[in-house]
Design a protein around this ligand. Sequence first.
Ligand SMILES: C[S@@+](CC[C@H](N)C(=O)[O-])C[C@H]1O[C@@H](n2cnc3c(N)ncnc32)[C@H](O)[C@@H]1O
Length: 251
Amino acid sequence: VNGLHGTVWLVGAGPGAPDLLTLRAARLLQEADVVLYDALVHPEIVALAGNARKISVGKRSGRISTEQRFIDRALVEAARHHARVVRLKGGDPMLFGRAQEEIDALEAAGIEYHVVPGVTAALAAAAELRTPLTSRGLSRSVAFATARSGRGTGEDDGWVDAIVGADTGILYMGVEHAARIAVSLIAAGKAALTPVAIVERASHPDSRTLRCTLAGLARGEIAEIATPAVLCIGEVFAKRDAEALQIAAGL
Ligand SMILES: C[S@@+](CC[C@H](N)C(=O)[O-])C[C@H]1O[C@@H](n2cnc3c(N)ncnc32)[C@H](O)[C@@H]1O
């Protein structure tokens, strides 16, 4: 170990498909002494760490805060005993990944750390849908939001303004409350006929897309959604009629 402590890398594992991992992430995994990984990370990605000690720190909603403190402590402990520690997080570490708590713990302990970006779920969903999130004349802004506060049971409504105010909105961790989310958005002024695409398991071979409008979602038209999934809301997600496009292109 160089100096008193090892170094920690907060690494984005991407949305699921192992080949969406960055080359930098793959190299860091191969060189790691310890890897602490999230529940959603594909086993093939974890396996890249070869002989490293691999610790699953998967968490389930409900008990998040105690478990987050456990993860923060485990991370600091790992860096006290090992030179190269990788904290592997689903998607990109800097979006809805509680990275700030881990960064605070590392800074408080005086541990050197770096961040490696990953493909976030919203962008994997856009790829799955083959729909640009921005589009000339249709969408000049994108909001990534979550309806979950992460501070226990209470909710705050900042996410509503974010989604209503943006041309395109992507909601993370929202599928359990999809109907209620749609009701809140319509009540706040989002057009009831705004197209919605729900992308389940983006980048996985069994990925599935469900389409409706905000009104349909509010009425409970979409009954079962497999997780993980994102709610994609905005005019860019209107189902484009292939025939109409061919006519427009003069084919
Ligand atoms: C705790 S957040 C972590 C987000 C992650 N840091 C990222 O950048 O994608 C977990 C949420 O991400 C979304 N998610 C993660 N992987 C996904 C995937 N492959 N397809 C669709 N949504 C996904 C879901 O909304 C899920 O509830």
